[in-house]
Design a protein around this ligand. Structure first.
Ligand code: SF4
Length: 744
């Protein structure tokens, strides 16, 4: 793969950097500069270059077409090993959403009258530091927290985590990845000993039986679905989903179970695999632990028993189990239908258990595979330095603290001895007034957090709220005291890690509007204004931070010490972790498709994967007489992304989805309620109500309803409850009633 020629400004000699304090500050705040004489890479005027897409965790490669050094168009990259020349509408429109009137172009501060008013970066950063420091001196260092994201570059989130925790002394910070991936992280960590999705996308094409649990791949990850369609083995495709989704319609078996009965179903599939002699006993004996207790636990979950709880027939359950057990390569894939659940971790582990006992691990076409959501959720999992220490080390392990301190060349006493509160605990901390200041980066809690009216009220109670974002119009920015304008994808550099552990490059192919700065620059400037700039002397630019991350990764399962640098990532079509110095010494280049656990050794102390089971939990808010319908939420269309801060800015994308909130209900419910398709209804939960357009569809069973998460009003309805192990919100089960909108 070719790489566009680049030029880079030379570094100033160190002495000059130190002496010229005034120049340093000026350079720090100059768009396109990293300060200290470093600038973003400058591209040649008329050429093309490549970058990975900045929306979802598929991580497609895009070719950017430049005129006079600026990207004017893009096409999917044909030889990138992820997408092979394909892109979804969001990727095609990635440049368009950068040109929007509501881009944040200057820092904004709320005045005494409640208006957001423009101020200089210098004043904004002084305000940032003085207000947060005042809160810390009055209420303790822990009274300021941060909420990070899976949407910025890995090096930026590493900088943020190090600056906030080691520089500013903040103890509590979490990311919006808590909303999408925390369950998979916890499940893998407990079962495999490390948060390690084992697969590579080639597994979609090498599998004889693909099982999708709580994943509407066609809509959520359309390019991954294209990879499934390239499978030439006529695979069995089993979809486990309460809705008859687009993916379910294309499946060979659709197990349309009752919502949240997936753990029962998975245990019943397991029971039938054992009862039918479809267990790979060699693999179980040599590579797992806990089999006797596991076998005993699932014994009572016969297909007949599970049939009553899931609404499926016992034959359907047996047929699915036998398809998995007899396939020469079976793979199991899950996403938010599992992760966003009050028993998500145990459900994910039930999936992992099935892969383990059938020996479907470490071989082509196999795996227990969590599909990630955001473009850099995987980067956040390893490098955000929030609940886990830098490089997925542990805060409470003194050897880990020392190792990270050495890698970062900082005093070990700067590293806290415990991880931070999870997102929900930070929100509860605001309620108890233990958190008084909050810094929100590239996420939109006022729209996306569960039980929205509650979180909005709490954001309003903060002494100081800073929102750092591309757009000044987000629901969260509207609550902010200070808005810091940030560059977006295409306006800055760094790496993103996709679902299959692949580091890919994003590039600066356009200038950011107005005075907006790359998040990297903002963190660098804050370090300077906070008075801890010296600690980050080495953090001059994203690639320098990448080298620090490499040092910190040494010896971890995610070791990347063998990656030669950004040039190699680009030339090789991305590089999957791990890629160690030893790998690099022994092999000429990383293979484009690599999976984990080929040797059957896991990252647990005894090298064995754990078979973990638990009892079934009951649904916290089951439908009843007053609220008889169970509301599920999820992705609406391939053209919408999360809270739509970006996708709503493209006129083309806007044409591809309904602009107003809607609800899908079964025609039977529609006729009982006296509501037809296209009519307006009120959806009411115990927490709030939303006005929506009704869509009658048989794809959703009677007694259930579905609303896309992209509309602001959806989370007015959702119930604040969480998986007890991962603290991930359970977005897909709350009781509602639906009324015609004109009923008084
Ligand atoms: Fe971008 Fe994801 Fe679409 Fe690929 S599938 S183009 S990564 S949004």
């Amino acid at each position: 793969m070719s790489r566009a020629p680049t030029t880079q400004q030379p570094k100033l000699p160190p002495l000059l950097q130190r002496r010229s304090g005034a120049m340093t500050r000026e350079l720090l705040l100059q768009p396109g500069s990293y300060g200290l004489g470093m600038t973003h890479q400058t591209l040649l005027p008329d050429t093309t270059t490549t970058a990975v897409c900045g929306y979802c965790a598929t991580g497609c490669g895009l070719r950017l077409h430049l005129r006079q050094g600026e990207a004017v168009g893009l096409t999917p990259e044909t030889d990138y090993p992820v997408n092979l020349g394909m892109a979804c509408p969001k990727g095609w429109e990635a440049l368009r959403v950068l040109q929007s009137e509501d881009r944040a172009t200057h820092p904004l501060l709320r005045d005494a009258g409640g208006e957001l008013r423009r101020l200089s970066w210098d004043d904004a950063l002084k305000e940032f530091c003085s207000r947060f420091k005042a809160i810390q001196s009055q209420h303790g260092k822990d009274s300021v927290a941060f909420l990070s994201t899976g949407q910025i570059a890995t090096e930026e989130m590493a900088f943020l985590g190090a600056l906030a925790k080691f520089g500013m002394g903040l103890k509590h910070g979490d990311g919006n990845t808590r909303q999408c991936m925390a369950t998979a992280v916890t499940a893998y960590k407990e079962s495999f000993g490390f948060d390690a999705p084992p697969y590579t996308y080639d597994d979609f094409e090498q599998s004889d039986c693909l099982v999708f649990i709580g994943s509407n791949l066609c809509i959520g990850h359309p390019i991954m679905w294209e990879r499934v369609l390239r499978n030439r083995r006529s695979p069995e495709i089993i979809v486990i989903d309460p809705r008859r989704t687009e993916t379910a319609m294309a499946a060979t078996q659709h197990l349309q179970l009752r919502p949240k009965s997936d753990l029962v179903l998975l245990y019943a599939i397991t029971q039938h695999l054992i009862a039918s002699g479809l267990v790979d006993h060699d693999f179980v004996t040599n590579h797992t632990s806990g089999y006797p207790e596991f076998q005993q636990h699932v014994e009572s979950f016969t297909p007949d028993v599970a049939s009553k709880l899931t609404g499926l027939s016992a034959d359907q359950i047996r047929r699915a189990a036998e398809a998995i057990g007899t396939a020469s390569a079976a793979s199991l894939w899950w996403t938010m239908g599992v992760n966003q659940s009050y028993e998500g971790v145990r459900t994910a582990q039930a999936i992992i258990n099935i892969a383990l006992i059938t020996g479907n691990v470490g071989k082509p076409g196999t795996g227990a595979n969590s599909i990630t959501g955001q473009c850099n959720a995987m980067g956040s999992r390893l490098w955000s330095n929030t609940t886990n220490l830098f490089g997925h080390h542990q805060f409470d392990n003194c050897d880990h603290r020392q190792k990270v301190a050495d890698a970062l060349r900082i005093d070990v006493d700067r590293i806290p001895r415990e991880g931070s509160w999870s997102y929900d605990r930070i929100i509860e901390g605001i309620r108890r007034q233990e958190i008084r200041g909050l810094w929100v980066i590239a996420t939109n809690p006022a729209h996306s957090w569960i039980h929205q009216s509650d979180v909005r009220e709490l954001l309003g109670q903060l002494d100081f709220l800073v929102v750092q974002d591309m757009y000044s119009s987000t629901e969260s920015a509207q609550h902010a005291d200070l808005v810091l304008p940030a560059a977006g994808w295409g306006e800055k550099e760094g790496t993103l890690i996709n679902s299959e552990r692949r580091y890919g490059l994003q590039r600066r192919v356009r200038p950011a509007p107005g005075e907006a700065l790359a998040d990297f620059q903002i963190f660098r400037a804050i370090a300077h204004y906070w008075g801890v700039g010296d600690m980050f002397d080495e953090w001059t630019d994203p690639e320098a931070v990448f080298r620090i991350m490499q040092r910190a990764s040494r010896g971890q399962p995610c070791d990347i010490t063998g990656i030669a640098g950004y040039e190699q990532i680009d030339r090789c079509g991305g590089v999957q972790w791990p890629w160690t110095e030893r790998d690099a010494a022994e092999q000429p280049a990383p293979a484009t498709q690599r999976r984990l656990f080929e040797d059957g050794r896991f990252y647990t102390p005894d090298g064995r994967a754990k078979l973990i089971v638990d009892s079934i939990a009951s649904m916290p808010e089951a439908p009843d007489q007053r609220y008889p319908i169970l509301l599920l939420t999820g992705r609406g269309s391939v053209s919408q992304w999360h809270t739509q801060t970006r996708t709503s800015k493209s006129p083309i994308l806007r044409k591809l989805y309904p602009n107003d909130p809607y609800i899908e209900i079964n025609p039977e419910d529609g006729s009982q309620l006296g509501i037809g398709s296209g009519q307006t209804a009120r959806v009411i939960s115990r927490r709030g109500q939303a006005k929506v357009t009704v869509l009658l569809t048989p794809t959703i069973p009677a007694g259930q309803a579905f609303m896309p998460m992209h509309y602001e009003s959806t989370n007015l309805l959702t119930l604040s409850h969480f998986d007890p192990y991962s603290r991930q919100p359970s977005y897909k089960d709350c009781a509602v009633r639906i009324e015609p909108a004109d009923r008084k």
